[in-house]
Design a protein. Sequence first.
Length: 276
Amino acid sequence: MNGSGVALCLGSSFRGYYAHCGFLAEISNCPRQPEKIAGTSAGAIAGLLYAVGYRSNKLIRFITARGLTRSFFDWGFLLRIPGVVTHLRGTGIFTGDGAITYLRKRLGQVRLEDLHAPQLGIAVTDLIGCRSLLVSHGDAVEYAVASCMVPGLFRARAIDDRLLWDGGLAHDLPFQGYIDDPDIHTILLHRVEHSCHAQRASSGAWNMTRGIAVSHKIIANELNARRKKLAAIKGKRIIEYVTHTPHPGLTHKHQHTLINAGRRTGQQAAKDRCLA
């Protein structure tokens, strides 16, 4: 598997791990596999599962188990809301502790530096260091969950003297680390976009949540465009795939629709022979 010269980057998206896993399930049947994978937020969860050996239907069975999504919720948020909304205490209303417990129970103790087929990098934002990071050493489950900690909704997680939030703040698609990597000649990007965002772009009532989401998308698009230009200058081949899905909502109603959308994108990638 190593030596393919291909890196795969899985972008951030609300519950986008369904579509990412559908995509990964299809490309797991390709003749070659990515030598390295980097993930942000939901992409970090999907990338972790792939890096520890989940493939094809085994990967789908894991991601459709209802415990994963539920594990990010805890009733303690009711006690945290006053401190967060008044800016007196706390960086988010959910902790992510349940997700750590859930993933550790099923995956065990996994270290990023021990993953080689493929190597895994996880994008996080370090509030203390005032920088974004693509982490390749440390507790894989801790960093994957930290990458999902959406500001305000989830509390920043303290790991290895760092205070970490959502990797998507600066790396919606975490491919910058591969631009100067001599082992990589091709960078595959997989983005998940909810169709409702495009439909609401020019209509409907505006609120703070919508404004922040659109502002983040604008910033991410600008950064990604500049990074793609730099990658081209460095001689890297960029291949981008986008999976369009309905909004996942807060239930499991659409999970198979989201997975199948990712599968179709993965089938197109296989047909394009980008991993042949």
